[in-house]
Ligand binder design. Structure first.
Ligand SMILES: [Zn+2]
Length: 240
């Protein structure tokens, strides 16, 4: 993996950087943001462990909203006009509604004040059967398409779960299939997808900084929510 100093040198020299290099920058940024979030939460007296989370009864899907109010992630261009956090907060509510309509138990979790580790502790405490974390992508305004991140080593079921979510998003949005992306330690999204030993995946349905992708994402938000809920239903009730 290329280190930050080398990427910094390229940027300052006015050179193009690759998608992979950009991922390294974002991974580092999100790691630092996460530490800040945990520190500020601790100062404010937030305790993830103390939070009362009534246990789910039976199969249940956890929906984690990516990023935080303080560090809301990538900004979406028109017609989104929002960062990842507020946009996905809305999407999470829609997925939750769609799950209810399908008789699927779901609950929304946030990283605010507790970081990624804290949010996933709550997911575990709730007793989720599987977890999806909601994001959208960004790079150079031209990159486009749908991808899903997962960790191959942590839970054997994560790849199939990631594929279900990927297929659902492709069906809802009809964007370019960038495929599944396996994450290793240090990669962007790794701490989320490797936090728990349950099927875990991080969704990147479109590039918020690509005008065409952003339009498709915004126009089909409900379809996207319904598709993610259907994927959860298929995962939790495979026979139905
Ligand atoms: Zn994100």
């Amino acid at each position: 993996m290329v280190d930050i100093a080398e990427i910094e040198r390229r940027i300052l020299a006015g050179e193009e950087i690759s998608y992979e290099d950009y991922q390294v920058i974002r991974a580092e940024q999100e790691r630092l943001n996460d530490l800040e979030e945990i520190l500020s939460g601790a100062r404010a007296g937030v305790d993830a462990e103390k939070e009362i989370v009534a246990r789910a009864s039976g199969p249940a899907v956890a929906i984690v909203v990516g990023h935080t109010k303080n560090s809301p992630g990538a900004s979406g261009g028109a017609p989104i006009h929002k960062s990842e956090y507020p946009w996905n907060k809305g999407l999470a509510a829609m997925v939750h509604q769609a799950c209810m309509a399908q008789g699927i138990q779901s609950k929304i979790f946030f990283r605010d004040g507790i970081g990624i580790a804290g949010a996933y502790k709550q997911v575990a405490k709730w007793g989720a059967s599987c977890v999806m974390e909601l994001h959208f992508n960004s790079y150079n305004g031209a990159a486009h398409g749908t991808e899903t991140l997962y960790d191959e080593d942590r839970n054997a079921g994560s790849k199939a779960w990631a594929q279900r979510l990927q297929d659902a998003m492709l069906q809802a949005l009809g964007l370019y299939d960038r495929g599944l992306k396996e994450r290793d330690k240090g990669d962007r999204g790794y701490s989320s997808v490797s936090a728990l030993d349950i099927p875990s995946a991080l969704t990147e349905p479109f590039f918020g900084d690509n005008p065409s992708d952003a339009h498709v994402g915004e126009a089909n938000k409900q379809e996207l929510a319904d598709a993610l809920a259907r994927a959860a239903a298929a995962q939790l009730m495979p026979s139905s």
